[in-house]
Design a protein. Structure first.
Length: 446
């Protein structure tokens, strides 16, 4: 994180708890960009989140939830960004919290340095070149307990360990790896989660109202309603690659994007595939009403420095009309925004591609369109990798106006993988990557 000290502090109240939340105001790490644009697309503003101790943040929302933050600062709010109504204000959401990987005896283990962390909805304001936290809502179960970010199910999700990867932690069926966020007209929120994968309906005060998961998931022990309402084929989601993008269409329907192709019939097929899926969900019907095949561009087109197809991901989807979406294709270093139209003729829901015995699977097809699959057509809007001033790992995109987008990056709470992530005292060795909101002016209106 930035070495600068916080300049001023503001006291805010959590919508969920009414508790005073002492949150550090932000510092400017970068001003308005003046770098040469790529084509006509250009960065017009960069704002940075300052340092807020994670323990201070979490314990103000749910007292006693974090005993030791190990020097981690608030971050990870870049999982998504959604306009909050007032100019410069946005809803964001953290992911599951600080986590990393470390090898022990040659095998990778998933670490959770702050296991008590409760994923939260965070409201921010961009003011000049600063990002301020103006509100925060903790996610809670039906009985008011914290929804942690710990793995849900033994045998399906990665086993959770302490910061040094030496001591196992308990699984948590309430755990959520939250990613996309939208706010409905009634003030409730919809989130997507990578574990299930699942779609999560949350009250305006942060209580999980329902979690919609694939048929056959068999998640038990959760302290909120779990509804098996999604296609069972989603049980083949790649590890840590469940739902990441979420959009709300003008009619209120939701569109969820799988971050990566399914591991169908196996992991090798998923790693080699360029075909993932979007699903349309009706909150009124509480059901999936359509499914679409989405085809990534070759990985070296999305990111010329990358040759591993498994690095392709969808991180954000944004509604820009009744049936049009911006879709972000990315690697960790580059991203491109594509415009797609969700036509009725492209719906594959309930067909052979939802049957996991179909061979070859959708993910195995070298050319799905040639095989008769109605793949969504797309049009490139902007290659963010060619726009000077755009950071890596953009996970959230919001439409500001007809030709401006707000982008937010995921800084992973300053975490890195490996034994060097923490010092000898168990304190974080920060990566120095900061959370930023970047405004990009497009060459033409959407």
């Amino acid at each position: 994180m930035s070495p600068h000290a916080a300049g001023r502090r503001r006291a805010h109240r959590s919508v969920a708890t009414g508790l005073p939340l002492a949150l550090a105001a932000v510092l400017v790490a970068a001003g308005t960009a003046t770098a040469a644009p790529c084509g006509d697309a250009r960065v017009v503003r960069t704002a940075t989140l300052g340092e807020i101790p994670l323990g201070t943040f979490s314990n103000a929302l749910l007292p006693g939830s974090v005993a030791d933050d190990r020097g981690v600062k608030l971050g990870g709010i870049g999982s998504d960004i959604y306009p909050a109504g007032r100019k410069g204000e946005y809803w964001t959401v953290t992911d599951r919290g600080p986590n990393g990987q470390m090898k022990v005896d040659g095998k990778k283990r998933r670490t959770f340095p702050v296991p008590g962390f409760d994923p939260a909805i965070v409201k921010i304001r961009v003011r000049g070149n600063s990002v301020e936290v103006i509100d925060a809502i903790p996610l809670t179960t039906a009985s008011g307990k914290a929804v942690t970010g710990l793995s849900d199910q033994k045998g399906r999700d990665e086993a959770p360990y302490t910061y040094d990867a030496r001591t196992p932690l308990s699984y948590d069926p309430d755990g959520l790896d939250t990613e996309g966020i939208v706010r409905a007209g009634d003030g409730t929120f919809w989130l997507v989660d990578e574990y299930g994968p699942s779609l999560v309906h949350v009250s305006a005060r942060g209580k999980v109202l329902a979690r919609y998961v694939p048929e056959g998931l068999g998640l038990t022990g959760a302290d909120y309603p779990v509804v098996e309402a999604l296609p069972s084929v989603l049980l083949h989601r790649k590890g840590n690659r469940g739902f990441e993008g979420l959009a709300q269409l003008p009619d209120g329907d939701l569109v969820m994007a799988l971050q990566s192709p399914l591991s169908l019939p196996d992991g090798d097929a998923g790693d080699a595939s360029r075909t993932t899926r979007l699903l349309r969900f009706s909150p009124r019907m509480k059901a999936v009403t359509a499914e679409y095949a989405y085809r990534f561009d070759p990985v070296n087109v999305v990111d010329p420095s990358e040759d591993d197809t498994s690095g392709l991901k969808i991180s954000s989807v944004v509604a820009v009309g009744r049936d049009r979406l911006l879709v972000e294709e990315r690697t960790d270093k580059a991203a491109r925004l594509q415009l797609v139209r969700l036509g009725r003729g492209a719906d594959i829901l309930g067909g052979p591609w939802d049957d996991d015995t179909t061979s070859p699977s959708l993910e195995q097809l070298d050319d799905p369109a040639a095989a008769g699959v109605p793949v969504l057509s797309k049009q490139l809007v902007v290659d963010l990798g060619k726009v000077a001033g755009v950071p890596g790992k953009i996970e959230g995109v919001a439409r500001v106006d007809h030709d401006t987008l707000a982008l937010v990056n995921d800084n992973d709470f300053g975490m890195t993988d490996g034994e060097g992530a923490f010092d000898a005292q168990g304190r974080l060795v920060d990566s120095g990557v900061e959370t930023t909101v970047t405004y990009v002016r497009l060459p033409r209106s959407l």
